[in-house]
Design a protein. Structure first.
Length: 359
């Protein structure tokens, strides 16, 4: 494995001091970039784009050509795994992801088969291999998956939903059946992420987009437990003893939940925009923090964007390693110039701040 030239994020994830705050952005490759829209049109559909390794590699690299980002994240989707489990994924205009065969009965869940990830998701691993070759060791490549609970939400409901009522009904009326489903998904995710690691990713992020709909007790039982089992099932050490760090992100998480991630094998916890970073940093002391600019701040004036970026860096402080990111994914109609301002401000301000402190 070729050494990474810009290893700022890897060092932050190991708990080391860095000369400046590293930055990458959730959905940094996407519809806000005109060059992405051009490739997307060429692909024909979103899933065709994901399933064509050369095109997935191209859109992964696009934001790095524009911005001085400290990591790439492979272009794919969290729902590729349920698609490989036979649910029939499509993306409808103005509706988002929809499954043709959602899980609605006990029989649906019990008959759900574990996918052959090396066959059914080969296009993801091929895209990773191509992207690693193109990056040529310039920055780390992030691989990812959805949490077992978040995938279950889509698989049961069939699409995105407000509150996911079918999911909660199953969870509370048939908890043992929900656990059966979550076990099946977790087994598939272990295979999927290990194959991503074998293909060359340097970092893993687990997206628990819908964990925040649960109570604390239900979150611990039906989401966090399976994220821990997933992490424990990963081959996180390469032959040279290099560790693949793991970032966990839960949207809408209460403050107390972030502390839980210190105890399940995560190296970093992603924070959404609802919490001030200084408050989180006072609670989470043993792993790195990532976040947490509200994506809609990028709709504001240049002055306001700079102000908020600086505030987050100041609030994160120096005690806990910090990776700058958004508090959720990039919106589709953000001005690309605003993203450049964000990235440049993170670099210049954090470098200036750290140099003054170490004088």
């Amino acid at each position: 494995m070729k050494p990474i030239k810009n290893d700022l994020i890897l060092r932050a994830l190991r708990g080391e001091n860095t000369s400046r705050t590293p930055v990458w952005l959730m959905r940094q490759a996407g519809r806000y970039l005109p060059e992405y829209r051009s490739v997307r049109a060429k692909a024909g559909s979103f899933m065709d784009l994901c399933r064509t390794p050369e095109l997935a590699c191209e859109v992964t690299l696009q934001p790095l050509r524009r911005y001085d980002l400290d990591a790439a994240i492979i272009f794919s989707d969290i729902l590729t795994v349920p698609d490989a489990m036979g649910l029939g994924l499509s993306f409808l205009e103005n509706e988002g992801p929809v499954f043709e065969r959602p899980l609605r009965t006990e029989s649906d869940i019990l008959s759900l088969c574990k996918p052959d990830v090396m066959k059914d998701l080969k296009y993801v691993f091929d895209a990773i291999t191509l992207t690693k070759k193109e990056l040529d060791g310039s920055v780390p490549l992030i691989g990812f998956c959805g949490s077992a609970f978040t995938l279950a939400c889509y698989m049961i409901e069939g699409r995105g939903s407000k509150g996911f009522p079918r999911v909660k009904e199953l969870l509370y009326s048939r908890p043992e059946l929900m656990h059966t489903l979550l076990d099946k998904i977790t087994d598939a995710l272990i295979d999927y992420l290990n194959a991503q690691i074998d293909a060359g990713v340097d970092i893993i992020q687990i997206f628990d987009t819908w964990g925040g709909i649960l109570s604390t007790g239900a979150f611990s039982e039906f989401s966090l437990t399976y994220t821990e089992r997933l992490i424990q099932g990963l081959r996180l050490y390469r032959e040279d003893d290099t560790r693949i760090p793991v970032i966990c992100f839960t949207k809408d998480a209460p403050l107390a939940w972030y502390k839980m991630y210190e105890n399940i094998g995560a190296d970093c916890v992603g924070i959404d925009w609802r919490h001030d970073m200084d408050v989180v940093a006072a609670v989470v002391r043993n792993i790195a923090l990532q976040g947490n600019l509200d994506p809609m701040v990028l709709k504001g004036s240049d002055e306001y964007i700079v102000q908020r970026v600086k505030q987050i860096i100041d609030m994160a402080g120096l005690r806990t390693p910090h990776i700058f990111n958004l508090g959720h994914g990039m919106h589709k109609d953000i001005d690309p110039d605003k993203v450049e301002l964000l990235v440049d401000t993170v670099h210049s301000y954090s470098e200036e701040r750290k140099s003054l402190i170490h004088c």
